[in-house]
Design a protein around this ligand. Structure first.
Ligand SMILES: NC(=O)c1ccc[n+]([C@@H]2O[C@H](COP(=O)([O-])OP(=O)(O)OC[C@H]3O[C@@H](n4cnc5c(N)ncnc54)[C@H](OP(=O)(O)O)[C@@H]3O)[C@@H](O)[C@H]2O)c1
Length: 350
């Protein structure tokens, strides 16, 4: 089966659904991971055509897991490895080239590859200078062949313009983009279209909230089974609250029934069809949703679907400001859920 794809860079063709692996990290899932069953599940994704995975140096245990998959399937299939370079907040004031190289070398070793397909650069605190130089060092590692392509994650337009001065080409910007959170439309989409970069979007399903499971469900405030739900519940507040969210779910459900697909399919497709979007990242704990998600790549919304969605969204503009702005407010509810020291913790695995 051929999979709907896009060009991340000239000659680099990537499926429009990238399998997100945050859900497998120790910090997200809690409890033990059945490694063999999980690698079996990832193998099924590759065999179905979803051969591109999104990891990060701070997703504890995930780069190693992906490395196992690469070793198991590498000879048979081309597996594309996207990771992130996320220096801890405490490191930012003293970051230097040696640190950057050490972390990238660690990712290479964990993944068991000679070149990482995409490294996505993140910076916790704009008040600390150094992100421009740091991107330059990633660019040097790219010239040395350790990194194929460079992108960013969670940078706003103002800082992306500064980063553009490095001359390092950024092919993608990974940000939250969903029907509940359309902050990329406040400037980043325009920037991407101008610069020829692609948006790689997370949160398209709001951690699973945009699915039948939550249709008509009561708000379980403060009793969430994982960190995603806790985080995206705040986005639901930004969208307009639980009742507005339920209105959206009901509208998506009506479309889904008419099209004989799932709510997730409609929510994913609605983002895929927005300007500037290269791919959506859909988080996976196993292959349970694989078949359903593949359906998203085989459908298109029609004019009636789009009108239904847009008329609802026009009443609910959602969180305001540039991407990841709310998340950067010190002491704010979003920031309170984030850990900015996971790279340090992770180094014990070296
Ligand atoms: N750069 C960043 O700051 C950042 C932040 C967050 C995430 N990410 C990346 O983006 C990826 C996506 O994560 P996310 O947090 O945005 O989560 P998401 O993709 O919005 O939601 C993923 C969850 O939705 C459920 N799901 C998946 N497909 C479904 C379907 N077809 N029908 C119903 N439910 C479905 C699954 O939950 P159940 O298994 O519980 O059903 C899954 O764990 C992450 O793995 C990570 O790679 C990046």
């Amino acid at each position: 089966m051929s999979i709907e794809s896009f060009d991340l860079a000239p000659g680099v063709v990537v499926p429009r659904i990238v399998v997100g692996l945050w859900q497998l990290s120790a910090g997200h899932r809690g409890g033990q991971l059945d490694r063999t069953a999980t690698i079996d599940a990832l193998e099924r994704c590759v065999e179905a055509g979803l051969d591109t995975f999104d990891a990060a140096d701070i997703y504890t245990g995930v780069e190693e897991l992906l490395g196992r998959l690469v070793r198991r399937m590498g000879r048979r299939s081309r597996i594309r490895v996207h990771t992130k370079f996320v220096p801890d907040a405490a490191v930012l004031p003293t970051i230097d080239r040696r640190y950057v190289e050490r972390i990238v070398n660690r990712s290479l070793a964990r993944l068991g590859v000679e070149t990482i397909d995409l490294v996505q650069f993140s910076w916790w605190d704009y008040q600390v200078p150094g992100y421009v130089e740091t991107l330059g060092w990633l660019g040097e590692l790219q010239s040395e062949g350790k990194i194929r392509l460079v992108g960013t994650t969670n940078f706003d337009v103002r800082r992306l313009r500064e980063l553009a001065n490095t001359g390092v080409e950024m092919v993608s910007h990974q940000v939250q983009y969903s029907l509940l959170d359309r902050r990329p439309e406040n400037g980043l989409v325009r920037h991407c279209l101008r610069e020829g970069a692609s948006l790689l979007c997370y949160g398209t399903l709001a951690g699973g909230f945009l699915s039948e499971r939550w249709l008509g469900a009561a708000d379980a405030r403060d009793h969430w089974s994982n960190r995603s739900l806790q985080k995206y519940r705040l986005i639901i507040d930004g969208y307009g609250g639980w009742e507005a969210f339920q209105d959206l779910l009901r509208a998506l459900h009506r479309i889904a029934i008419r099209r004989q697909v799932s709510i997730a399919n409609v929510a994913e497709r609605a983002v895929l069809e927005r300007a500037g979007v290269g791919a959506i990242l859909v988080g996976a704990r196993d292959a349970g949703h694989l078949e359903d998600n593949l359906r998203t790549l085989q459908m298109r919304l029609d004019a009636e679907d789009r009108q239904t969605i847009e008329s609802l969204l026009s009443r609910n503009p959602g969180p305001q400001g540039d991407v990841f702005g709310l998340e950067r407010i010190p002491g704010g509810p979003h920031a309170a859920l984030m850990r900015t020291d996971l790279n340090q913790d992770n180094s014990v695995l070296e």
